[in-house]
Design a protein around this ligand. Sequence first.
Ligand code: ZN
Length: 470
Amino acid sequence: MSFEIQRTCAEGSGARRGLLAGRVHTPALLSQTHAGAPPFLLPAGVAALPGLDGLCVSFSDMYPYAKAIAACNGEEEKKGGGGGGGLASFTAQADHALFVSCRDPGYVPVKANEVGGICVDGARGRKVVPAAEYARVLAAMRPAFAMAPADELPQEGFGKKRCRTAVDRTVEWLDALLAEQTAVAEAAPPPRNPPVPVFGVVLGGLEPRLRAQSAAETAKRGVAGFVLAGFGLGESTAVRASLLAEVLPLLPPASPRLLMGVGAPADVVALVAGGIDALAAAYPLTLMQQGYASTFDIPGVDRKAAVAAAAEEEKGASRRAKRPRLHGGGGGGSGGDEEQEELTLGVAPGATAAGDGDGGDPIVDASAAARHGKIQLRDRRWKRDRRPLLPGCGCDTCRCYSRAYVTHLLNCNEMLASTLLYAHNLHHYLLFFEQMRKHIDAGQFASFANHFGVELQSPPAQQAAEEEEG
Ligand SMILES: [Zn+2]
């Protein structure tokens, strides 16, 4: 599998731009899926998203369908091959690079794995999947790249000894997986499919020594990249940064590094500044599940022009509505005109121009709350607010629906609310990644990072080189 580093950050950080597997532009979001597809969205909605190159598919979601997935390969080979088949055919996701992960990035790992392999929960209960079987199923799935099986643990509820066992087991499983891949490749009749590129897993909880041991052992194996696992489980940003500073210099610099489970924008920027190339994060979905619309400001995304154009249009509509009517007008009881005026201006009764509470309108409110903002759409204060979820946003939801209507859908538990809200949150989050890439390209990553309160620091390897030069 290829990974091409196209640009490194010249402003004293480890941030870099690259191309993974020939089609994933990094720093990238590998967007979460449920049962192999982006949740809540129809194909047209997925196609409308900006810069969605890769999807993260959970092994356990698809394992029960391994035979059906393998059957797709048989059909493909009858047609003459051509590299299709597998998971991409089964899930109809050929437009995206698929990354198979050992767990869903939205779930906290449970301490359930056994000596023999990872535990996979399915309709028929829990099953232990040994590394060799994992390798055979991966061969049938044919994803663009995959995470090796890992004995990932929650951050509490076990001792250091168990944590050490997890590191040792994960390395053993990686060896077994790679050995099985070689055996499968040798046994297959030509033309042979190349083995699925595997990312080794670096874990070790909050123990720097174990993390370093895990990184060093994994780096000795012939892996295509690395997954930094066991993060996003409640550790502080500072603890995460110090563990990564310990581990990243031990990995080959030209290999891609993927981190699972962390998604808040400021945390993502800090990780990218530290040299992380891709994230498998549940952030947009988690916000949606809690009823939030994402509204943080993204440097480089100018929504002001779109907002001004919409305001002009609204003013025109307002003037037309105010023209005296020659023949009186039916309908509209007392107070109706007043309500119309408020609705036309698009400001919720009782709300300030800057919005209020969590987030506000970032166009007006440049506070830290707005920069990292989100608005709670279950709140009934939006129930007469005709503005889009985020004024100036170009997503399908914001172009067609108001906060008031999405609030109504949410409070009625109507499924469309999840679709509309998730489409907005994912669109907004993908723009954030797109702008991060553009700012690295333009040599302006420092200002992008500062916007999110992240000060750039030279990565440890670079610091050491600078000190030697000095
Ligand atoms: Zn939107």
